[in-house]
Design a protein around this ligand. Structure first.
Ligand code: PLP
Length: 248
């Protein structure tokens, strides 16, 4: 992806689903005066269900009518009210229109995350699967577009379910930027005995949820990542069938 993250912030989770659950839970507690997540739709409906069961407020808008520069004004209309702690979207998306954010739009999201100190959660369930570009060669351009190029205030959810067709084993990755991992939020002490975000996520939230995820699936995913990185496995070629299905 052309970004660097310390290995401490690269966390295996029980599917990216658990990464989302743990992040929503933790992010809703970082600022005592902010209580709402903003979804940029179309998103993944289960994320809303996760908010409901956690009793966390969320608001949402459909990006369809707010493309390009219009996105800036729309996001500022929420952020300027001061109640949003984080933003979530899926990109590449999980919707019939297959609308992907442009780099300019990701830049707008990143700039506003910096300006309003909002954490951006990027759901990369369909990593590399915008087939208009070839993202199959790790470490070489073109890179999967990401808000991580424009802000240090991010969490990425990377699923193995689609890119590696590995849904049943329930293994995914949560990637927390170094800046966010090392950030202290004194308000976290209301729920945790530490205020360091990364420490809180690992020992305060993920540990009580499931104490990690299956070791054997971690080895399998590590092997698939190694094969993709060495060039012996073209993961994009294997999943092009998704693109064909969308066209039918
Ligand atoms: C857009 C989107 N996000 C997240 C997920 C969850 O992925 P995982 O199987 O890694 O929990 C899915 C799975 O269907 C999805 O479609």
């Amino acid at each position: 992806m052309n970004i660097d993250v310390n290995q401490a912030g690269c966390l295996p989770t029980v599917g990216s689903m658990q990464g989302g659950f743990a992040s929503f839970l933790t992010l809703s507690r970082i600022h005592k005066e902010r209580d709402t997540t903003l979804f940029i739709d179309p998103g993944f409906p289960v994320h809303m269900q996760q908010h409901k069961v956690l009793n966390i407020k969320y608001e949402s808008f459909d990006v369809y009518n707010f493309r390009g520069e219009k996105l800036r004004e729309k996001l500022e209309s929420y952020f300027s009210k001061g109640h949003i702690h984080s933003v979530l979207y899926s990109n590449p998306p999980n919707n019939p229109s297959w609308i992907c954010f442009t780099e300019k739009e990701l830049q707008i999201i990143g700039e506003l995350a910096n300006k309003y100190d909002v954490v951006i959660m990027e759901d990369l369930a369909y990593f590399g699967m915008d087939f208009r570009k070839d993202f199959s060669k790790p470490g070489q351009p073109p890179f999967q577009y990401s808000v991580a190029n424009y802000t240090d205030n991010y969490i990425l959810f990377i699923s193995s379910s689609k890119a590696f067709s590995y849904a049943g084993e329930r293994i995914g990755m949560m990637v927390i930027s170094d800046a966010l991992f090392n950030r202290r939020y004194p308000d976290l002490r209301r729920y945790y005995n530490n205020d360091l975000f990364g420490h809180t996520m690992v020992f305060g939230t993920l540990y009580p949820l499931s104490s990690g995820t299956s070791h054997s699936a971690q080895y399998a995913l590590a092997a698939m990542l190694a094969a993709a990185n060495s060039g012996s496995f073209n993961f994009v070629e294997e999943v092009k069938v998704y693109g064909k299905k969308k066209l039918q």
